[in-house]
Ligand binder design. Structure first.
Ligand code: N01
Length: 530
């Protein structure tokens, strides 16, 4: 088997498949493990899900021996964890680093994949697991004139080690999770910082703190029970959604609850009541609470109003989690530029040009412009299935998969945490472990039953597409433009990409499919040799 990518998905796939006696090799573009956490080295990069949840659960020894230092681990701590896991489970001997897979072609007669890399190697594999990540293919806006810009341009998602910020005039395009994290850190070192904002996002205070030993012990004492609850929950979090309507309580109770959850920090805020994500009136109450916080944090009323999100329900775009983002704009050398009214038109030799005729001189331009999410990392490889059809062609009108794991016409190919899976709407580790365990179970079944190909049935795939679309329709997600629906990449087919029916429900569906002899998958026995 060939696994592409040595992020947390590929690492666990290697460990789990090898553990079942399969012959596995991993090819990784970076020079180390960690995937997203290897590449996103921008100042301030930090996980926004709690460390005790955002980590592997498959090994009780690993859970016991790894000491997280903070509620929200920094990028270096996440990377150190990835490296520790790689050592602990002896993964590196089976990983080829610094090598990109450029193409993969299904050879129909041999029922095998022919894979090529940028180092000229040709790899022959029976199964191909794409663990290339959901937020790993950078979305870089077209900026006419970039070649004449005398400053430096960097993307947060592939941050080089030698970026100088000290004393420079720095610009940031983008105010999603990456922008919101990097801005306070750049402000601390830059001479001037200009933030180009097209859409203001809701951001919840992280309330980050060092982990308390008693809390860690308590989690460890109940670890499996907490994890199991998360696995079958809606959001994959161990923090419960409070089963009460925001509309059923009085103003004082509601405020107290919002304040409690705000102090707790992070995503748990959206679980302060169980209808914030179901009822627009409840959602507005939560949004107003956050908007008040923005106005309170920012001194200049005009800047504060610009930072208040408009036109989308809270939670309909991925919520951000920050430390001191809004207050950064109180510093005299930090300015916010609204590029919704006057969009960026390109770069001059000096800096960023906007439609109102302004030129903002810069030495360093940071693109916090996000990713061609959920499909980009798959289609950037020239993957060709039956009859030479490319994955890009198959997904031209919108990504379709069965359970987020397989695409019809691409036998023996798995798209880990792909479109149609709930992965990005929950804790990725939970999704990765579930996907890998499930695929490992399927491959073991094939081996035990002498089956040599597995492929999504087109009917089951179409039905799953309808299920994914219907689940999204029951939420507020379609009310916003975001990477969830491909809206951030010009020309990309629109359609809500993740399954929004809940991770617990998804797990139940996957288990039922497996119990029903892998219903919806076409399993083919080898052709007898004459
Ligand atoms: O990317 P984004 P991200 N002119 O797509 C703007 C995860 N993550 O890297 O919204 C002007 O959210 C764009 O504007 P608009 C997390 O799941 C996690 O920040 O399209 N602006 C937007 O503001 C997250 O959701 C962590 O109007 C332009 C921004 O760029 C996901 O990754 C940390 C523009 C892109 O925001 C992606 O987050 C970081 C243009 N031409 C990321 N083009 C943690 O765990 C784009 N924009 C902490």
């Amino acid at each position: 088997m060939l696994v592409v990518g040595a992020g947390f998905g590929g690492m666990y796939a290697l460990h789990a498949l090898r553990g079942r006696g399969f012959s596995v090799r991993v090819v990784e573009r970076g020079h180390g493990v960690g995937g997203t956490w290897y590449w996103n080295r921008y100042p301030g990069a930090r996980c926004d899900i709690e460390s005790l949840e955002y980590s592997y659960s498959f090994s009780p020894e690993l859970v016991r021996e790894w000491e997280w230092t903070q509620r929200y681990p920094t990028q270096p701590e996440m990377l150190a964890y990835a490296e520790h896991v790689a050592d602990r489970f002896d993964l590196c001997p089976d990983i080829t680093f610094g090598t990109s897979v450029t193409s993969a072609e299904y050879v129909e007669d041999a029922r095998r994949w022919g894979i090529r890399t940028d180092t000229g190697e040709v790899i022959d594999a029976r199964f191909l697991v794409l663990a290339t990540g959901v937020l790993s293919a950078a979305a870089v806006p077209e900026l006419p004139g970039q070649d004449r810009f005398r400053g430096r341009v960097v993307h947060t998602g592939s941050w080089p080690d030698d970026v100088e910020v000290e004393g420079l005039r720095v610009g940031v395009i983008g105010t999603g999770s990456s922008g919101i994290q990097v801005v306070p850190h750049l402000a601390a070192r830059a001479a001037e910082l200009t933030v180009f904002q097209r859409t203001a996002n809701y951001s919840i205070s992280a309330a980050n703190e060092p982990l308390d030993a008693a809390y860690v012990q308590e989690v460890r004492d109940h670890y499996e029970e907490l994890r199991e609850r998360a696995r079958w929950s809606f959001t994959g979090s161990t923090v419960p959604i409070i089963r009460e309507s925001a509309l059923a309580v009085g103003e004082r109770t509601r405020r107290r609850r919002f304040e409690e959850r705000w102090r707790r920090g992070g995503f748990a805020f959206l679980g302060a009541f169980d209808d914030i994500m179901r009822d627009l009136r409840a959602n507005r109450l939560a949004a107003e609470f956050v908007e008040e916080r923005i106005r309170a944090a920012v001194d200049d009323p005009e800047t504060a109003e610009l930072l208040v999100p408009r036109g989308h329900p809270i939670g309909s775009r991925r919520i951000c989690v920050d430390t001191g983002y809004h207050a950064t704009f109180n510093q005299s050398h930090v300015r916010l530029v609204d590029v919704r009214e006057a969009p960026i038109t390109g770069l001059s030799a000096e800096g960023v040009l906007t439609a109102d005729g302004a030129e903002r001189p810069l030495d360093l331009l940071v693109l916090a412009t996000g990713f061609d999410a959920m499909t980009g990392s798959f289609v950037r490889i020239d993957v060709r299935g039956r009859n030479g059809r490319t994955l890009r062609e198959a997904w031209a009108e919108g990504a379709r998969t069965y359970l987020g794991l397989q695409v019809s016409g691409f036998p023996n190919l798995f798209t880990l945490t792909g479109p149609g899976s709930p992965a990005v709407l929950c804790n990725m580790f939970l999704a990765i472990e579930q996907h890998v365990d499930w695929v490992t179970g399927l491959l073991t079944h094939l081996r035990e039953h002498g089956i040599d190909t597995v492929e999504a049935d087109p009917g089951a795939e179409a039905e799953w597409g309808e299920t994914v679309a219907a689940a999204a329709e029951r939420t507020f997600y379609p009310m916003a433009d975001s990477w969830y629906s491909g809206a951030n990449v010009p020309g990309k087919a629109r359609g809500f990409l993740p399954y929004a029916g809940g991770v617990g429900k998804y797990r139940r569906i996957c288990e039922a499919v497996a119990a029903d002899e892998y219903r919806g998958f076409l399993l083919t026995a080898p052709v007898p040799q004459i």
